[in-house]
Design a protein around this ligand. Structure first.
Ligand SMILES: N[C@@H](CCC(=O)N[C@@H](CS)C(=O)NCC(=O)O)C(=O)O
Length: 217
């Protein structure tokens, strides 16, 4: 299996966690988004949207979109599970995952940041305000969902990690480590983050554990 990834990429982080969790061997191929390597013709040929991640399992075809890749891994390599069995529980877990991955994350990706800077000429403090607003808004919504739902346990759903925890951890890592957001108002999300970060799959997939990460940030 081959994964096109970059240490800072939130969507790649999601897939790295799932691969580790399921104990799958993967070769990492690094695409440096800070150098626009995703725009190279060779990468475009396998991922026409020119975004990370892309996963290639065996002879392919290339798999794109991190949530779709998580679902593929769950279907192809079901154990250990990343989705509960019961349909309403599965819908709940998918909804939590999408709250951050589909509704918050698109506002902060490099091509959006580039547009704010190059086309709208927004200065750095204004762009930071944008990023922190959307990250914080995603965290606030998932905190509200988690804190009021009796199905929340040690993890987002019960006492085992799911794709919701994967998306939550990737989101909070961006919020805290990359964009200095204050997470104090979100105790449930923080508690679950810390529980996940005790697990090898989450630790090993963390951005700063990647071979392409810088020594300091
Ligand atoms: N919805 C996509 C998002 C993909 C995405 O935007 N990835 C970012 C990195 S986290 C990227 O490659 N951005 C390149 C760019 O914006 O130019 C997914 O979940 O895979």
């Amino acid at each position: 299996m081959k994964l096109y990834t970059w240490w800072r990429s939130q969507a790649s982080f999601r897939v790295r966690i799932a691969l580790r969790f399921k104990g799958l061997d993967v070769e990492m191929l690094f695409v440096d988004l800070s150098k626009d390597e995703q725009l190279d013709a060779n990468y475009r040929a396998i991922n026409p949207e020119m975004v990370l991640p892309t996963l290639i399992d065996g002879d392919g075809p290339p798999l794109v979109q991190s949530l779709s890749i998580l679902e593929y891994l769950e279907e192809r390599y079901p154990e250990p599970r990343l989705l509960p069995m019961e349909p309403q529980a599965r819908a709940h877990v998918r909804a939590l995952a999408q709250t951050v991955a589909a509704d918050a994350h698109p506002f902060i990706v490099p091509r959006v940041r580039k547009y704010l800077q190059q086309e709208l000429a927004l200065d750095e403090p204004t762009r930071m305000k944008w990023l922190q607003y959307w990250l914080d808004s995603g965290t606030r919504i998932i905190e509200e969902q988690l804190s009021r739902d009796s199905r929340t346990g040690r993890f987002c759903y019960g006492d085992a990690p799911t794709i919701a925890d994967i998306c939550l951890v990737a989101h909070l890592t961006s919020a805290k480590m990359l964009y200095d957001c204050n997470l104090t108002p979100y105790p449930t999300a923080q508690r679950i983050f810390e529980t996940c970060m005790q697990l090898d799959a989450f630790i090993n997939a963390h951005p700063l554990q990647q071979p392409d990460a810088p020594k300091t940030i």
